[in-house]
Design a protein. Structure first.
Length: 293
């Protein structure tokens, strides 16, 4: 046990720094850094598909706010006791800076925002989602560093050498000081990095299109989230003895797998245009060239 403690992953001593009266929160920094990385990666992939990188920024302005609202809504709905249960504080539901964004809500409402942005930019949502998918995985992995700084959402106790140390102030009730826990933030970070690399490889090798990269992203992410979620011990709503997020991972993952197969049969290969309305004349082609390059 002593050797395991020596190799254990320490938790950051603080997650908030103050610049005068302004708090600088590690959770917010992780989320913002993830967004920046996702945008840069998506711009590069969008350019490779023949699109204008500036279009990615235009769509991001819509997708990110929708995603944040959706993520917070899902978190509050799936963990209501903290806000509306006995001793809960409903106003805390708005305290996003304290942590708590559900990926399922973020992706769902973020997709609505992206759809609006794509319509306004005159481009198709499916190829944009394909360009976005690897960057989205990277953003999610980076965002998990915020949980590490907040000392939250870790797994069950473990004796593995890479167990996570938790300060007594954040220790769940019933656990002794010095107990090590599964570092689920690290598991998800590594899983997402590997999945992002696999997506890029398969996309280049198979020239996936029509939303198939995005559906494959959902399959890979839910597969990892399923086993990681089973390790967690933080309070959560349960259905038939399993955490709500476990059921969500199973159902969403299976749905994405079906979509990946069906779309592949109907639309093999990639799109021939990124535009909502393909050009039909030489003049239209010239206009389209200005919009996508």
């Amino acid at each position: 046990m002593t050797g395991a403690l020596a190799l254990a992953i320490p938790s950051p001593s603080r997650g908030v720094w103050h610049l005068g009266p302004f708090p600088l929160r590690a959770y917010a920094i992780a989320i913002l850094l993830g967004i920046v990385v996702a945008v840069v990666v998506t711009q590069r992939r969008w350019r490779e598909r023949g699109g204008d990188p500036e279009t990615v920024l235009d769509i991001t302005y819509w997708a990110v706010p929708f995603g944040i609202v959706g993520g917070r809504l899902y978190h509050v709905i799936s963990s209501p006791a903290k806000y509306f249960g006995e001793g809960g504080d409903p106003w805390k539901a708005f305290a996003i800076w304290e942590g708590g964004l559900g990926i399922w809500g973020a992706v769902a409402l973020g997709a609505v925002g992206a759809w609006i942005g794509c319509r306004r930019a005159g481009v198709r949502l499916a190829p944009f989602a394909d360009a976005l998918a690897p960057g989205l995985l990277l953003a999610q992995g980076i965002g998990r560093l915020g949980n590490w700084f907040n000392q939250e959402l870790f797994g069950a106790p473990t004796t593995l050498p890479w167990g996570l140390r938790i300060d007594d102030a954040h220790l769940p009730a019933g656990y002794e000081s010095g107990t090590l826990f599964h570092p689920t933030f690290l598991y998800e970070l590594l899983w997402n990095l590997a999945a992002a690399g696999l997506l890029v490889y398969l996309d280049r090798r198979r020239r996936l299109g029509h939303g198939r990269v995005f559906w494959l992203y959902v399959v890979l992410y839910t597969a990892g989230r399923l086993w990681i979620e089973l390790l967690r011990i933080d309070p959560a709503e349960t259905v038939l003895g399993l955490r709500l997020n476990v059921w969500t991972s199973i159902l969403v993952g299976l749905g994405a797998l079906v979509a990946f197969v069906v779309v592949g049969r109907r639309h093999p290969g990639r799109e021939t245009t990124l535009l909502l309305t393909p050009p039909t004349t030489q003049d239209d082609e010239a206009d389209a060239s200005e919009r996508t390059r």
